[in-house]
Write a protein that binds this ligand. Structure first.
Ligand code: PMM
Length: 291
């Protein structure tokens, strides 16, 4: 109760939209799995951010460290060098910017540069100081399900009941970050598709979305171009569809996720998902008018 009082009025919520949000992915990295290198230079990254906003992105998620399976880590200085100029430029133009980082020093400087949300794929596990920074700044905080860094995460892709275990782990993370002073109203939960998960686990989590929504916090989904979509869409020789050909499938996930009530989808191709979430919202509105 004391904590709730202490933080009352400090939560910096994003404006309500009445529909699923589209978060455009801006990886300022040479090695992300589907767009690595495409926007590595700050000018190209800023231009891509502007383009995503023009296509209907509600926010832009800027990251400087690849999280593809097996990816090596970059140091904090390099991560800062990649993301800060891009965040500064886009925020100065009025964009809603989140920072995709597991490092508290990167998150802190990103917030100073104009970011208004922290997307932490480790859900506070990589850096226990993250939740205190988020508590002090009052910004929305994406807490993702994570079982260790990308270099080793696929070794941990074993579950008895993936939906129940991910839901329990997210509930535990929510309890822990709120114990560190984060207002529950700040927290967005994310099952972390592909992070220590097989394709079967990802499909089970999508089917189990109602269980995750029952945790009582908004849910963000990152399915965009991930390999489980490639594996669904094989060619005649059984080869998975390459990442660049997975955008229509990503759009389909966005439509279904929006219809299921998720708070946001994190995507590379904004146009398709921006349309998909609007279709889902119009459909839901029409159902309310004429049941
Ligand atoms: N996936 C990636 C990176 N960051 N953040 C959240 N909240 N959820 C995700 O699923 C997620 C993420 C990896 O994908 P990318 O390399 O295309 O950014």
């Amino acid at each position: 109760v004391r904590r709730a009082e202490a933080s009352a009025g400090r939560v910096r919520s994003l404006p309500a939209l009445g529909r699923c949000r589209v978060m455009g992915i801006l990886n300022v990295t040479p090695d992300s799995f589907s767009d690595g290198g495409a926007h590595h230079e700050p000018d190209a990254a800023v231009a891509r951010g502007r383009q995503m906003l023009a296509e209907g992105a509600d926010l832009v998620d800027v990251g400087g460290e690849s999280t593809r399976p097996g990816a090596p880590r970059v140091d904090a200085d390099e991560e800062l060098r990649r993301v800060l100029p891009v965040i500064r430029a886009l925020a100065a133009e009025g964009a809603t910017v989140s920072v995709d980082t597991t490092r508290v020093e990167v998150a802190e400087q990103a917030l100073h540069a104009g970011a208004v949300m922290v997307n932490d794929v480790s859900g506070g596990l990589a850096d226990p100081r993250m939740s205190r920074l988020v508590a002090e700044s009052g910004v929305p905080y994406v807490v993702m399900h994570w079982r260790g860094p990308p270099a080793v995460m696929q070794e941990h892709a074993t579950y008895r009941d993936v939906v129940a275990e991910v839901a329990d782990a997210l509930a535990e993370r929510l309890a822990r970050v709120t114990a560190n002073g984060v207002d529950p109203e700040q927290v967005v939960l994310d099952p972390g598709l592909g992070f220590a998960k097989t394709a079967e686990h990802n499909w089970a989590l999508l089917a189990g979305l109602p269980v995750l929504l029952d945790l009582g916090r908004p849910v963000l989904l990152g399915a965009s171009r991930k390999s489980f979509l490639g594996r669904l869409l094989t060619d005649e020789a059984g080869r998975p569809r390459p990442a660049q050909g997975r955008d229509p499938a990503t759009t389909a996930v966005s439509a279904l996720a929006a219809a299921a009530g998720v708070w946001g989808v994190r995507v590379h191709d904004v146009q398709g998902s921006a349309d998909a979430v609007r279709v889902a919202a119009a459909w839901a509105d029409a159902r309310r008018v004429s049941p």
